[in-house]
Design a protein around this ligand. Structure first.
Ligand code: BJW
Ligand code: ZN
Length: 251
């Protein structure tokens, strides 16, 4: 382990731009369930019935209720040490960018200033007919799927299977991966594309890749360093090394 940290320490000592690519595992310690694995959401629920547009058209109420339930879990939870540590990295490096697949908004709540949300945000909604946005509003009346002024159904702003990712967020994430010094991959199985391209793009551009996960993933064989353990424990240890190295912040 010590030797692994030495490799990372040397990369961190010259790094200016750091990217964190995160997935559901980073919010697991906040009590938000992950998708895959033994306790994952897709072990109990079928993605085809919940996370695609046809399912919403077939039965909007079921899908809407499911996201309201998920939103409640997010409201009852808070960002954990991992989110907070990432935001603290901003005090020690010129640029810190977060590319997240998560829809819980925890990175922004934890204070990260640049966050690209590739799969949307559970607080946001839009009309399926006219596209009007309803961000951060409580739209429900008696638990019914809300409707827009134009008569269209309002859906959560979540990227479902078969849907395109937000173009700006994705292209800025690609650029971040191409231009960073270190890319940390935190708590993701890296199985869902095109989001999972991000670490491969960084690799292609010769960037230093570090994975933090409780178990091996698809990426373990291509990263420069795998740190196995909980994100909320490993990330503070890394930041501690950065602090010792720099002994003062940039401000
Ligand atoms: C910890 C930890 C701790 C736990 N500390 N670590 C065949 C081949 C290739 C691609 C495809 C294919 N068939 C279909 C596709 C495309 C599809 C896809 O990639 N599917 C794969 C599953 C195969 N992709 C899409 O459909 C995307 N769109 C697209 O491709 O558009 C183009 C197109 C247009 C028209 C037609 C066809 C294509 C859209 C993908 C949208 C994904 N949306 C979801 C659900 C959102 C809804 C919701 O939130 O309810 O986003 S899927 C779900 O997976 C969610 C996540 O963001 C995403 C990634 O999951 P993540 O974050 O990696 O979580 P897990 O659970 O997988 O992993 C957790 C990890 O954490 C694990 O490794 C743990 O070990 C670890 N961990 N505790 C550290 N404490
Ligand atoms: Zn409308």
């Amino acid at each position: 382990m010590l030797q692994q940290y030495e490799k990372l320490k040397s990369a961190l000592s010259s790094a200016k731009k750091i990217v964190f690519f995160t997935g559901a595992g980073i919010s697991a310690e906040s009590g938000i369930p992950t998708f895959r694995g033994k306790d994952g959401i897709w072990n109990k629920m079928k993605p085809d019935e919940l996370a695609n547009f046809n399912a919403f058209l077939r039965n909007p109420q079921i899908v809407w209720d499911w996201y309201q339930y998920r939103k409640k879990i997010v409201h009852q939870a808070s960002p954990n040490h991992a989110h907070l540590t990432i935001s603290e990295f901003q005090n020690y490096f010129d640029e810190v960018l977060v590319v997240t697949q998560n829809v819980d908004g925890f990175h922004s709540r934890a204070g990260s200033e640049i966050v690209y949300e590739l799969h949307g945000n559970i607080e946001k909604n839009y009309c399926i007919d006219c596209g009007k946005r309803f961000d951060f509003e409580n739209l429900e009346i008696e638990g019914k799927v809300p409707k827009c002024g134009c008569g269209g159904l309002i859906r959560p702003d979540i990227v479902w299977f078969g849907e395109l990712l937000p173009e700006d967020a994705y292209s800025l994430s690609e650029l971040a991966a191409e231009t960073c010094d270190i890319l940390f991959v935190i708590g993701t199985s890296a199985l869902v594309f095109p989001a999972a391209n991000i670490p491969y793009i960084a690799k292609k551009h010769g960037k230093f890749l570090v994975e933090v996960n409780i178990e091996k993933t698809e990426l373990s064989s291509i990263v420069d360093l795998s740190l196995f353990g909980k994100a909320g424990e490993i990330l503070p240890q890394i930041l501690q090394r950065v602090k010792e190295e720099k002994s003062y912040g940039k401000n």
